[in-house]
Design a protein around this ligand. Structure first.
Ligand SMILES: [Zn+2]
Length: 241
């Protein structure tokens, strides 16, 4: 299974052969643009188009025993494709694009608030990030700093490095709070700004290509969750007055 979204997050439709049907109905493909739930970002929904024009609705995408195994989960009552059948995959692009914008917003927040991250979840309408921190921060101030990064329209790009390179150059990873996955040989860094001037950190999610695409966002709430935990919520749109 080739995970095409790792190289091109903007690929919304692609052809593939069916390589297997699991006992639970999950569909395996030779290559896919469907992102599988991981790292706080929900998996893609959409449909598979058969050669006769029939559609198989996909309710979600998950990983199997390893992260490399991607399983498309059909909605109940869909027809079952044959192994070897050629299909065209279509992801629900509006939903995915909002997830890309929100996921990228999380990276920007980790630049503005450089504290260790203890949890994160992305949805189509908002994101939440938990930081290990005790400081009190003003949400208008954080919103202003986020929007500065958005408006500067910094490029966002991927850089693949080996585990050896990472060990030899620990400074490549600017965020010390995320431990890169090991044992997979290659690590993908998501870099923001020319020459990674703003940030770079290992991440397997999907991101927009320039920070301006995130659009207008604000910090909706900062909750105190325990003595050393602050939960930030990022939402689309301007900060309400
Ligand atoms: Zn990411």
């Amino acid at each position: 299974m080739t995970a095409l979204f790792l190289e091109d997050a903007y690929l919304s439709t692609v052809e593939s052969l069916v390589t297997g049907i699991r006992e639970d109905g999950g569909i395996l493909l030779e290559q896919t643009c469907f992102y599988a739930t991981s790292g706080g970002q929900p998996g893609d929904t959409g449909f598979l188009e058969r050669e006769n024009g029939d559609k198989i609705q996909i309710a979600g995408t998950v990983t199997g025993d390893t992260k490399a195994e991607i399983i498309l989960v059909p909605a109940p009552g869909q027809s079952v494709p044959a192994v070897g059948e050629k299909l065209v995959q279509h992801i629900d692009w509006d939903r995915r694009y909002n997830l890309m914008r929100m996921h990228t917003a999380c990276h920007l927040l980790s630049v503005v608030c450089p504290y260790p991250i203890t949890g994160a979840a992305v949805s189509e309408t908002d994101s939440r990030i938990d930081f290990d921190m005790t400081d009190t921060i003003d949400k208008a101030e954080v919103t202003a700093k986020l929007m500065e990064l958005v408006k500067a329209n910094h490029p966002i790009f991927n850089q693949w490095i080996s585990e050896e390179e990472l060990r030899a150059n620990p400074d490549l990873v600017k965020s010390k709070n995320v431990r890169p996955p090991s044992g997979q040989g290659r690590i993908r860094l998501v870099c923001i700004g020319e020459g990674s001037s703003i940030d770079s950190q290992p991440c397997g999610g999907t991101h927009v290509g320039e920070t301006a695409e995130v659009g207008e966002i604000h910090i909706g709430k900062i909750e105190k969750k325990g003595k050393e935990n602050r939960r930030f919520r990022i939402r689309f749109g301007p900060l309400p007055a």
